[in-house]
Write a protein that binds this ligand. Structure first.
Ligand code: SF4
Ligand code: SF4
Length: 368
């Protein structure tokens, strides 16, 4: 189907969804990726779908899933006199355990520089030979190859004052953690488009094989999402879950092996903390021993594994439950009152891909 569909095509897809939606039970469909959450909000799809199709946002915004104990580590790094933190803008306002963020640290004199690419971070290191530039590498399988390239480049150019604090996370282990959580009820997944461009389809096969769950890798236009839903509902109706690709113009079944090779040259899987989901085995990436000079964990002796801090900062913030699909943003008592995009309390309101920000901007519950 072409990139944009006309109203008649969209209406037809909605009819198909209505026809396939079971009359007798509600279905929980999780859109894993933050960009899907935004696209669904913007299109008003939630309001157009039958009541028994519940779209839940998942742990697919790389900023939202950063755990408090990781935030504490980089806030501590920012306090070093000799350190310049290089970060993408979204991380700037994410509050840590005591409510302060990198932006606050900057206000108190920490050197925090917003960069637009890893190349900018390398340039910053070259310009400041007397300082250590620590790049905050946040993101999923999509971002990791670029960050890996920056480490390779730093090594090749002999840039010694550059390191990465890896906050990278991997999507498939998080989906498995969700399915193992007894509180979580999901019937099928709208799987992320960009992540899948890199990893392809195979890493999701366990969803159907081991958990009998449907999954469709889906694009970001409204018609993509509707078509993905139709494919999911067909699988569920036939009780024949498998993993298929709706987003064929963006995703090859094998993904991009070269990008995965670059990532694997620099990083290896490691246990990682996720907001809401806790410590998930092999769900993060740490820098390999052969690149240890570029690993902020090694340079600054950051203890590993992280402190056993299961408690999260603001107990009234429901981000953890929202990322698991247990609560909707409007079910958080702070939503739209104490917590707004201008005055965010939790990361799901800070991030442009966060569920709370999307609901605030695009639903009747928000004021946006
Ligand atoms: S990087 Fe792309 S696929 Fe991943 S969460 Fe962001 S928008 Fe979704
Ligand atoms: S509305 Fe704010 S406080 Fe509530 S869950 Fe979302 S980000 Fe957290």
């Amino acid at each position: 189907m072409k990139q944009t569909a006309n109203k008649r095509q969209l209406a037809k897809l909605i009819q198909q969804v209505e026809r396939l939606a079971p009359a007798d039970k509600p279905l929980n469909i999780m859109e894993v990726c933050g960009a899907h959450t935004m696209a669904i909000g913007k299109s008003g799809l939630r309001q157009l779908l039958p009541d028994n199709i519940r779209l839940l946002s998942g742990p697919g915004c790389p900023v939202c899933v950063i755990h408090d104990c990781e935030i504490e580590v980089y806030l501590e790094l920012a306090r070093h006199r000799n350190v310049i933190i290089a970060t993408f803008g979204d991380l700037l306002r994410v509050p840590g355990k005591k409510g302060s963020s990198l932006a606050d640290a900057r206000g108190q004199g920490a050197k925090v520089s917003v960069v637009y690419s890893t190349l900018d971070a390398l340039k910053l290191a070259k310009k400041n030979p007397g300082k250590e530039v620590v790049f905050l590498g946040a993101g999923f399988e999509t971002t990791a190859p670029t960050v890996a390239m920056s480490v390779i480049q730093a090594q090749e150019e002999g840039i010694e004052n550059f390191s990465v604090y890896s906050l990278h996370k991997l999507v498939p282990p998080a989906l498995e953690a969700l399915l193992l959580d007894k509180e979580v009820k999901i019937d099928g997944f709208i799987l992320p488009g960009h992540v899948s461009t890199i990893i392809g389809v195979e890493p999701y096969y366990f969803l159907a094989r081991e958990y009998h769950k449907a999954g469709v890798i889906t694009g970001f236009e409204t018609h993509d999402i509707l078509q993905g839903l139709v494919m999911l509902l067909e699988q569920i109706r036939e009780d024949n879950p498998y993993v298929e690709i709706q987003y064929r113009r963006g995703v090859l079944p094998q993904g991009i092996p070269l990008a995965r090779q670059v990532t694997a040259r620099v990083f290896e899987p490691a246990d990682a903390w996720w907001r809401g989901l806790g410590l998930i085995p092999k769900s993060g990436l740490r820098i390999r021993e052969s690149f240890r000079n570029y690993d902020a964990n090694k340079k600054f002796n950051i203890p590993e594994p992280y402190p056993n801090e299961k408690e999260e900062s603001n107990k009234n913030c429901a981000c953890g439950d929202i990322l698991k699909g247990i609560k909707l943003p409007q079910e958080c008592r702070l939503f739209g009152r104490a917590c707004t995009p201008l005055n965010p309390v939790g990361p799901c309101m800070v991030s442009s891909e966060g569920a709370c920000a999307a609901y605030y901007r695009f639903t009747e519950f928000g004021g946006g």
